[in-house]
Design a protein around this ligand. Structure first.
Ligand code: XUL
Length: 543
């Protein structure tokens, strides 16, 4: 398959990234545009805007269209467009895009002389898209839970309890508040299927990787659940894209893009997926249950591949589809890089300072703990932001505060990731935060295992490119396994391994250690049970 190149596009919260992947050593190119900087006229902050209502976080689908146009120009200007055989999209999960009944025909007849933005302004029945950071649908989650017979029933059916940021509760809120606009909506895309529709010039299906993150699909049959759709809004099933299991080619690249940017008319487009299922592919974890991943992006996530559906009762975390049509589990922590940036800014630090403080820190921080909910938190569910401190942590103590903050992120991840079963032998860390050595040290101390980074930290865009490569090769009957595909692509897999010091791990993991202390503080903050004071003095005596 030499000579072919594959394009992976990742439309994340704050930016769009394109990776063009060739299969000779080092043949990889990355392009990125930051939304706030490139499109200041939208006035977004971190790619989103915060509504008047508490918890409301939306973005502009028109801005995403402009961003796609801009990235396509970059590929043309670099002379790369014509060499691309197949492309795939990764996108921030859970966001919904509301299209009117004209959208499909307008998408199919775009004029290459004009930009997409100029021609697509009229395809929306709602100008803004609620995104994954939105937590304004508590009431709708309760209503859906009641209709479907309780939390556990919803989780068993859809792979997650009713979840504020998911499409189902978001659509219900839209229907309740804007019934006319809901009625005028012909199609509700997820961000991944929306961007893929722009590439293919027609409305396309959504995959189970993203489609399971809606509370609308039955994770056993891999089909939309009529019961779940009816619990959300009338006539919803008719407005959803088809749901497909595993990656498929959905069509050729649109004539518009071929003509405007000089792509080959043979270029094909595959089903889009969420950024997390795409990262799973980019990290070489599809069909590999031995490693688990942490992505330190706008949100932090902890995830792994599952060949069989986990049936365990759970109220935290989610089941999504994987690129091979099987499953992955995921936990999402909303206080990821936005919170890290907030701490860095508050103390006037550079990322080097931030990292140095963590690298030089004494394990355990003398029992000082922070619950770092700078934003409403998804795991554990905290709808009102607020920072809580314990053990005499002083706000003006920069070193102790930075340490307490980073340890809190890692310990929370450790505590809440017990349900998916056995701990891995190794954790791969990806996305922007993985460049920070201090953070990696903290994660490896807390988890007590080796932490690996990869040369390419944009694992979602890389995963989208690899998914496109696999579909393209399979369709040419040169069937290739996931293991072969990612092994061959060695540049992306080289990286560093950080191993923890076993003595330091004890401070966190042994009985009465810091992880236990964190658990007690979290319970105290969430339910008012079990004052942590005694456990803190016990910790100080022991360590
Ligand atoms: C996952 C989640 C986030 C977004 C970020 O459930 O909400 O990781 O996908 O882009």
């Amino acid at each position: 398959m030499k000579g072919n190149r594959y394009l992976g596009l990742d439309l994340s919260t704050q930016s769009i990234t394109a990776i063009v992947l060739g299969f000779s050593e080092g043949d990889i190119r990355t392009f990125q545009l930051n939304f706030d900087e490139t499109f200041p006229e939208y006035g977004t902050s971190g790619g989103v805007f915060f509504g008047k209502e508490p918890g409301m976080v939306h973005s502009y689908p028109l801005m995403w269209i402009e961003a796609l146009d801009a990235v396509m120009s970059m590929l043309r200007n670099e002379g790369l467009a014509s060499s691309i055989s197949c492309m795939g999209v990764s996108a921030q999960q859970h966001g919904t895009v509301y299209l009117n009944s004209m959208a499909s025909s307008i998408l199919g007849r775009l004029d290459p002389a004009l930009s997409m933005k100029e021609q697509l302004e009229g395809i929306f029945s709602r100008d803004t898209s609620p995104v994954w950071m939105d937590s304004s649908t508590r009431r709708e989650c309760e209503e859906i839970t009641d209709i479907l017979g309780g939390k556990i029933k919803v989780a068993e059916l859809t792979g997650s309890v009713a979840t504020e940021r998911f499409a189902g509760p978001q659509i219900r809120k839209f229907w309740k508040e804007e019934p006319l606009a809901y009625k005028q909506t012909g199609h509700i895309a997820l961000v991944s299927s929306f961007v893929t529709s722009l590439l293919a010039g027609k409305l396309v299906p959504v995959d189970t990787g993203d489609g399971f993150g809606t509370n609308l699909a039955d994770v056993r049959t891999c089909k939309w659940s009529e019961r779940a759709a009816n619990s959300v809004a009338p006539d919803l099933a008719k407005k959803l894209p088809f749901l497909v299991k595993g990656d498929k080619i959905v069509g050729s690249l649109s004539e518009y893009l071929v003509k405007r940017y000089g792509f080959s008319p043979e270029t094909t487009v595959i089903t889009g997926s969420g950024d997390n299922p795409s990262s799973l592919a980019g990290l070489g974890m599809v069909e590999n249950e031995n490693i688990k991943a942490i992505s330190l992006g706008t949100s932090d996530t902890y995830f792994g591949y599952q060949s069989e559906l986990i049936r365990k009762e759970r109220s935290e975390g989610h089941i999504f589809g994987a690129a091979d049509g099987r499953y992955m589990f995921l936990l999402c922590f909303s206080n990821g890089s936005l919170a890290r940036e907030g701490v860095k800014k508050k103390y006037g630090l550079s990322w080097e300072d931030f990292s140095d403080i963590l690298e030089m820190s004494r394990p355990g921080n003398s029992g000082r703990i922070m619950l770092p909910w700078f934003l409403p938190e998804i795991t554990p569910l905290v709808l009102e932001k607020g920072i809580h401190t314990f053990g005499g942590l002083e706000e003006n103590d920069v070193q102790a505060s930075v340490q307490a903050f980073a340890e809190a992120q890692a310990m929370s991840m450790f505590i809440h990731s017990q349900w998916p079963g056995a701990r891995p032998a190794e954790i791969v860390v990806t996305a922007g935060g993985s460049r920070n050595r201090g953070l990696l040290k903290v994660i490896s101390r807390v988890f007590g295992i080796g932490v690996r980074t990869l040369e390419i930290s944009d694992s979602a865009a890389l995963g989208a490119a690899l998914r496109a490569a696999k579909c393209h090769m399979d369709s040419g009957k040169g069937l290739v396994s996931w293991a072969e595909l990612t092994k061959d692509f060695s540049t992306a897999r080289k990286g560093n391994l950080i191993l923890p010091d076993p003595e330091e791990v004890k401070v966190y993991q042994s009985e009465g250690g810091l992880i236990n202390l964190y658990r007690i503080c979290e319970r105290w903050a969430l339910s008012g049970e079990g004052n942590p004071e005694e456990a803190i003095s016990h910790f100080r005596k022991k360590f």
